[in-house]
Structure formats: structure tokens, C-alpha cells
Design a protein around this ligand. Sequence first.
Ligand SMILES: *[C@@H]1O[C@H](CO)[C@@H](O)[C@H](O)[C@H]1NC(C)=O
Ligand SMILES: *[C@@H]1O[C@H](CO)[C@@H](O)[C@H](O)[C@H]1NC(C)=O
Ligand SMILES: *[C@@H]1O[C@H](CO)[C@@H](O)[C@H](O)[C@H]1NC(C)=O
Ligand SMILES: *[C@@H]1O[C@H](CO)[C@@H](O)[C@H](O)[C@H]1NC(C)=O
Ligand SMILES: *[C@@H]1O[C@H](CO)[C@@H](O)[C@H](O)[C@H]1NC(C)=O
Ligand SMILES: *[C@@H]1O[C@H](CO)[C@@H](O)[C@H](O)[C@H]1NC(C)=O
Ligand SMILES: *[C@@H]1O[C@H](CO)[C@@H](O)[C@H](O)[C@H]1NC(C)=O
Ligand SMILES: *[C@@H]1O[C@H](CO)[C@@H](O)[C@H](O)[C@H]1NC(C)=O
Ligand SMILES: *[C@@H]1O[C@H](CO)[C@@H](O)[C@H](O)[C@H]1NC(C)=O
Length: 585
Amino acid sequence: MDRSSVFFFLLGLVLLCSCSQSSAVEVTYDGRAIKIDGERCVLFSGSIHYPRSTSKMWPDLIQKAKDGGLEAIETHTLTSQVVYDFSGNLNLSVPYVCAEWNYGGFPVWLHNMPGIALRTDNEIYKNEMQNFTTLIVDMVRKEKLFASQGGPIILAQINTCNGWYCDSFTPNNPNVPKMWNWTGWFKHWGGKVPHRTAEDLEFSVVRFFQFGGTGGSYITTSYDYDAPLDKFGNLNQPKWGHLKQLYLHLKSMEKSLTSGDISSTDFGNSVTATKYDLNGIASANSSTDATITFQGNQYYVPAWSVSILPDCKNEVNTQISVIVKKSNKAEEEPSALNWVWRTKNNKGTALQGLGPNIVEGILEQKAASNDTSDYQWYMTSVDLEENDPIVNQDLSLRVNTTGHGHVLYAYVNGKHVGSQLAKYGSYNFVFEHNITLNIGSNQVSLISATIGLRNYGAMYDQVYDGINSVEIVGTKGDETLIKDLSSHNWTYKTTFKAPLGKDSVVVDLQGIGKGCNATCDYRGAYTNSKCATNGGSSQRWYHVPRSFLREDKNALVLFEEIGGNPFYVNFETLVGGSWSCRVIV
Ligand SMILES: *[C@@H]1O[C@H](CO)[C@@H](O)[C@H](O)[C@H]1NC(C)=O
Ligand SMILES: *[C@@H]1O[C@H](CO)[C@@H](O)[C@H](O)[C@H]1NC(C)=O
Ligand SMILES: *[C@@H]1O[C@H](CO)[C@@H](O)[C@H](O)[C@H]1NC(C)=O
Ligand SMILES: *[C@@H]1O[C@H](CO)[C@@H](O)[C@H](O)[C@H]1NC(C)=O
Ligand SMILES: *[C@@H]1O[C@H](CO)[C@@H](O)[C@H](O)[C@H]1NC(C)=O
Ligand SMILES: *[C@@H]1O[C@H](CO)[C@@H](O)[C@H](O)[C@H]1NC(C)=O
Ligand SMILES: *[C@@H]1O[C@H](CO)[C@@H](O)[C@H](O)[C@H]1NC(C)=O
Ligand SMILES: *[C@@H]1O[C@H](CO)[C@@H](O)[C@H](O)[C@H]1NC(C)=O
Ligand SMILES: *[C@@H]1O[C@H](CO)[C@@H](O)[C@H](O)[C@H]1NC(C)=O
């Protein structure tokens, strides 16, 4: 990709348009449009979270975005690293982004700074933010990447709409053009695979323009988003093709969309026609088709559809369904992979309660791990005297977890007594399993694991994560005795991180999969549960970027904490998109 491009930075927008020159470009805007050297533009941009792919994948992703009709790429500046790290795939460079990133993109060490309150009017926070922002702006300026310096970056964060339908969005400043995000949705662990039909997306895109728009924990790692380019970097058809056509139509109307008079005619029942200079757009009701007379011509307007009339007469039908050929081709499929098993050896010491840090009481998980791992050992000992009344009772170990402490494994005296996984959306749980204790010293060891920290919401950074209380509960008849271990001395130990790991290579981690929901009535507003498919318990396909692979032999290290059969694990290649479903009404 040439340097002709523009980008959002800190949510930057990089232009990919043909105004390719390395001379300075003046970027301004008003309530109707972004202006490049005074020319009003309708801008179609695509969002790329660049660290979700490797730097080797970027040129291909950007080329496919450009081929699909996009003129700009917007991206966040990201790094959740312990120190600001701009090397390799992180090159560019974290302020808060939400973006389904762990902890919203903030590095967790920020949380551990005494007195800090993220995303509030807090001096410590504001200083860190200013420090970071200055660092980024200086870096970008030094590389001469701003449009005013002849570089590709045209805009940094201005108010945009996050939503599936943004036609009624009003920017917080009337002199800022309408800009919009959200093409699809992402998958949660255990959740269904979201699909948003191309038709519905087109409907919302055109409505956005009709009403004055001018720009465009527990989350699985795939972050496919059902976007026009899928998680493997392949075209998600028919969406990619539909949008390309649509962008061309809208682009041909650029002048009238961004300047000139606008008038709307309301035909009732949510059917409206909007006249931009010479061009008209009609939209419809969510359940009932209509026939309207507009400028002397009769038009049939299907429910939840849009018709663009570039010459105000002849319709460009945007409701074309494309049948997708499933082109899932396996190439050089290894017949079976050879596996070597190795148990993690640090279990031994942790089960004996050995670890580097001893603290009185239970530490919140972010404070204990300081972002060095998602896994945290908590170990303590329980000393029982022979005359302790609890000795003759039936005993259980009860552990309360809150926030985003999603997984718990418990061991007593070196033996596994049970484990528990939080359900998506209800993360607080009480673990309770029967145990037996010895007279004398007993060792209680727990592993608490998070599957991503919260990434948004008021005070989201203050949420308590992980174990908050541990009790031994003794019962005999109606009598209950509780030994609260929470204020004991606890030993902490951070363990392993999960291993890091021209057609896309995919590792298939399960033998089971289901097909698409072949019929989906997309009429009416989209939600992430509408038209969803599958609903397996975890993510199955993991993209393995080509640049991670050697030509001859490659080693795959799988860290499996729950158990399963690696016999079905395999490598596959994908050609073209494969996930789109035929949509019918
Ligand atoms: C947490 O990590 C940060 C960044 O490495 C470091 O500066 C800080 O000292 C650590 N805090 C604790 C309590 O270990
Ligand atoms: C980031 O990329 C630029 C351009 O390729 C390069 O000059 C710079 O050294 C890179 N920075 C880091 C930290 O790798
Ligand atoms: C658009 O929304 C998605 C989903 O919330 C997010 O990942 C992405 O970063 C957003 N992009 C912008 C530019 O706000
Ligand atoms: C950010 O903070 C670090 C450490 O306090 C300091 O060395 C650096 O100069 C600051 N950077 C900016 C751009 O203020
Ligand atoms: C859609 O049209 C039907 C019948 O034409 C009407 O009853 C209904 O109120 C309309 N819905 C909306 C949201 O306008
Ligand atoms: C543990 O959680 C349960 C249910 O949420 C609650 O009733 C109980 O008070 C909690 N115990 C402690 C010690 O926090
Ligand atoms: C736990 O112990 C109680 C009391 O002895 C018993 O009723 C219960 O069935 C036990 N639960 C399990 C899962 O073994
Ligand atoms: C807890 O640890 C502190 C400091 O290491 C020690 O002084 C104290 O005796 C310990 N308490 C118990 C109950 O072991
Ligand atoms: C398929 O989608 C339709 C329409 O959204 C829905 O009514 C139906 O329950 C779905 N079927 C399955 C198997 O998910």
C-alpha cells in the first residue's frame, strides 16, 4: 500500500485514497463533511486493530480493504504491555480504547499505582494519559506521518457513533461530521457465533447517509466481528462484495451527499424518501412492504430495505442476495500430529505452599499478579488441633470469587478437590466441595484464572477480580461451624502465561462444528443474538499467521487446563470466506 493513506490515530484515520502524493494535505471538516484540501469527501473507512494481526499481514489486509472500496483505515494506538512497547507488531503504539481489549487497553500496572482512578478527573491518571499522548504525538510527528507533514494520518479522535444503526446520531459538536462504526459483533466464550446479514448492514449504511452521515471478558481471541474481512484476513462474502458495490454507488453521489440541499418526504409507516440535489434514497418499514409514488414514478419498497436512485429515477437495488460457494479447502493436511505430553512442574511446589510472596489476607488478583499472568496461585495452611470442634464434622471448602475471576481450581493436601468455571455474564460464583482435613497441618492451594479483565463501563477499572473469601465449613446435624481462612497468611505465586504462540493457516482445536442457520429473517433491528449460529463451548479455529511458521518443522505447544483429546487437533488452510450464510426472507 502506498503512503497515500489517511488514518485515525488514538483512533486515527489513515487515508488510502488516490490523492497519493507525499506533499502536505490540509484536512478540515464541518457538520457535513471531512474536507481534504478543501474538497468535501464521503469517506469509507475500515477498522483494523493492528496488534490482532502480524505486521506481515497488514499490507494484504489493507489491500483487500482498498479493493473492497475503502479509502481509509482507522486504528487504535495500543499496547497493554508492562512498559510501552512499540516494537514489531505493536509498532505504532495505550490509552483507553474499550475495543474488547483486556482492561480496555490500559496496562494493569496503571491500576496498581496508588491513588489512581482511571477515566476520571484524577491527577495521577491525567498525568499518565498526558505522558502517553505526548509520547505518541511526538513519535508520529518525528516520523512525519501527519497529513500536514505529507503523511497519511488525517484525523485523530473526534466524536463518533458506536452502534448498529447510527442514522439518528448527533455529534456532540455541530461542526463535526457524522461518523460511524459497528458492522457486526464478536463472540464470547461459550456464546453463539454472531452473523449480521449484508442486507441489514447495507440498510443501516444507506440510512446513515440518508440522514447526513459522511464517514465512516469473556471474549474469544478470534475477534472475527463478522466484518467484511474475516479473522483470517479473507473476504467475508457476500458482505465484502455487497459493500463494495454500495460504496461505489454512494461515492458517485459524493458531491450531493456532502453539499447542497436536502429534503425529505414522509410516506408514513416509516417509509421516507430523501432528496439530495439530484439523488434520492428511499427507506422502509421493518415488517411491511410498501408501494410509493415519488417524483411521478411508482416504486415498490420492500420492508427493511433501501433503494438508491442515482438519477432520482432508476433504482439501484441493494437487496441482491449472493450465493456463496463454500471454499474451505484443506491442503497438505497432516494425517496425524505427533504429541508429547509434559505436565507443568511448578505444581509440586505450589501444592506444598511454596511461593515467593507471603501476605496477610487475600490479595485482589490484579494487585497480586500485576499483569504478569492470567493465572494466580493462592496458598495457605490450616492447622487443626485434635480438640478442634470442627474435626468431627463433615467439611467443605467454600471459595467466593467476584469480578472477573472466571476459573477456579482447588487442591487440599496436594489433591484436586474440584474446579469451577464462571458462566458468561454471571461472573461471581461460590465454589463449594467436600473435603477431609488431617489433624495437624493441612495445605490449601487454589488457582484463580481470569479470561480477560473488564474493558468498559463506569468504574470498570475498580472491579474486584478473583477470590475474595475462603472458608472451611463444618456441619453436623443442624450445627454449622465456619473457619474463615481469608485473613490467614497467604503465599502467592504467579504461574505460566498461556503459550504465545498466502492462504491462512488455521489450527482447528476441536472435532465438532455446526453449520450456518440457513434461514434468517433480517427484517427489523439487528442484535448480536439475531441470526447467530452454533453455540459451541469455546473457540475452535485459531489463525496461525504464516510468519509464525517455519518451512520445515514447527512445534505447537498447547496448554490445556480443562482436558480433552488432542487427536482431533489439526492444521487446515482456508481459501476465501466460508462463514456467510445464505439469507432469505
Ligand atoms: C507492577 O509492574 C510495573 C511495571 O512493570 C512495575 O513498575 C511495578 O513496580 C509492579 N508493581 C508491583 C507491586 O510489583
Ligand atoms: C516502527 O516502524 C518504523 C517504520 O518501519 C521504523 O522506522 C521504526 O524503527 C519501528 N519502531 C520500532 C520500535 O520497531
Ligand atoms: C468500533 O467498535 C468496535 C466494537 O466495539 C471496536 O472494536 C472498534 O475499536 C471501534 N472502532 C472505533 C474507531 O471506535
Ligand atoms: C513519561 O514519563 C516518563 C517516566 O516518568 C518520563 O521519562 C518521560 O519523559 C515522560 N514522557 C513524556 C512524553 O512526558
Ligand atoms: C409498518 O407498516 C405497517 C402497515 O403498513 C404499520 O401498521 C406499522 O405501524 C408500520 N411500522 C412502523 C414502525 O412504522
Ligand atoms: C460468599 O458469597 C455468598 C453468596 O454471594 C455470600 O452470601 C457470602 O456472604 C459470601 N461470603 C463471604 C465470606 O464473603
Ligand atoms: C458432601 O457431604 C455431605 C455431608 O456429608 C453429603 O450430604 C453430600 O452428598 C456430599 N456431597 C458430595 C458431592 O459428595
Ligand atoms: C503471618 O506472617 C507474619 C509475617 O511473616 C508472621 O509474623 C505471623 O506470625 C504469621 N501469622 C501466622 C498466623 O502464621
Ligand atoms: C435460525 O434463525 C431464525 C430466524 O432468526 C430463528 O427463528 C431460528 O430459531 C434459528 N434457528 C436456529 C437453529 O438457530
